[in-house]
Design a protein around this ligand. Structure first.
Ligand SMILES: Cc1cc2nc3c(=O)[nH]c(=O)nc-3n(C[C@H](O)[C@H](O)[C@H](O)COP(=O)(O)OP(=O)(O)OC[C@H]3O[C@@H](n4cnc5c(N)ncnc54)[C@H](O)[C@@H]3O)c2cc1C
Ligand code: FES
Length: 262
């Protein structure tokens, strides 16, 4: 799989809500080779501050050579990106890691919580383009409050898959968690679950899928320095007592391959 380093021009900047931003970049080499669930490492500043690139899921790619990143302003690097202007260039490296392994013939249930919604848009596009019946496919999106979910809903609706939403405070969709919706759904017995979100959400997805003998893939986050398997900074425990690199073995894993707290 080939990786590319591109000086990518910002061609669109969207302040989707208070701290949540989406930027569209011209990065034709990355866009042309990316798979859903893969990520890029972005040098957010122009000098040595911050020193390390930051990892971001590929939110969407287009055949016109564009990639989108959807992120929350949580610190130094994301704050710089959150104040970038259209026309500025970002140094982007990718695509990196293993993305989702698409089970072409199985109904798909996509579950995105909070910033974990980011990779689900790309995945929804791929799933919706499969030449099969989509009546049993399902997307579940959730966040703390309306502004975490509503700004992205139309982008998901364009794919025509069933869509359900939840917010912790009930300001959009049902009041509750994405996993509450999941439990209330009549899923086909061979449904493939794909998830991304906070660790506790991923753990519930693992428990749910195990109890129903469903296959579940989740995209995992960890702190990353190199993004290429060299620094050992991104290790997570595996189910066989060893460890895995999120950057090269993941970020997408079968939940059965990971060690969980309970
Ligand atoms: C594979 C992968 C994909 C990611 N995709 C996205 C995405 O699509 N959108 C998005 O908003 N974020 C995503 N992240 C998280 C993102 O990389 C961090 O939010 C970012 O690196 C923070 O950089 P910063 O310089 O702004 O914050 P820093 O100043 O470095 O840190 C600010 C705070 O954020 C915390 N933090 C840093 N890195 C992470 C992390 N990986 N997970 C959770 N907390 C972190 C720090 O502990 C600290 O509390 C992803 C992370 C990984 C590993
Ligand atoms: S980030 Fe360096 S080994 Fe994974």
């Amino acid at each position: 799989m080939s990786q590319h380093q591109e000086k990518a021009r910002i061609i669109r900047f969207e302040q989707l809500s208070g701290l949540n931003v989406r930027i569209t970049l011209e990065a034709p080499l990355i866009a042309g080779s990316a798979e859903a669930g893969q990520f890029v490492m972005i040098r957010t500043g122009s000098g040595q501050d911050p020193l390390l690139r930051r990892p971001f899921s590929l939110h969407q790619t287009s055949s016109g050579g564009q990639i989108q990143i959807y992120f929350k302003n949580v610190g130094r690097g994301t704050d710089i990106m959150a104040h970038a202007k259209v026309g500025e260039m970002l140094d982007v490296f990718g695509p990196l890691g293993r993305g989702f392994s698409i089970a072409d013939d199985k109904p798909a249930c996509l579950v995105g919580g909070g910033l974990g919604i980011a990779p689900m848009l790309f995945l929804a596009k791929i799933i919706s383009s499969l030449g099969r019946d989509h009546s049993q496919d399902l997307i579940i999106l959730g966040g703390r409050t309306r502004e975490d979910v509503e700004p992205l809903v139309d982008d998901f609706k364009q794919f025509g898959l069933a869509l359900h939403c939840a917010t912790d405070d009930g300001t959009y969709g049902i009041k509750g968690y994405v996993t509450d919706i999941l439990r209330s759904e009549q899923l086909a017995e061979n449904t493939q679950i794909y998830g991304c979100g906070p660790d506790n959400m991923l753990e519930v997805l693992h428990q749910f899928s195990s109890s129903r003998h469903l296959s579940c893939q989740v995209s995992v986050e960890s702190v990353m320095a190199c993004g290429m398997g060299a620094c050992l900074g991104c290790n997570v425990d595996s189910s066989d007592g060893d460890y895995l690199h999120v950057c090269i073995d993941g970020p997408v894993f079968d939940t059965g391959d990971l060690a969980w707290n309970s």
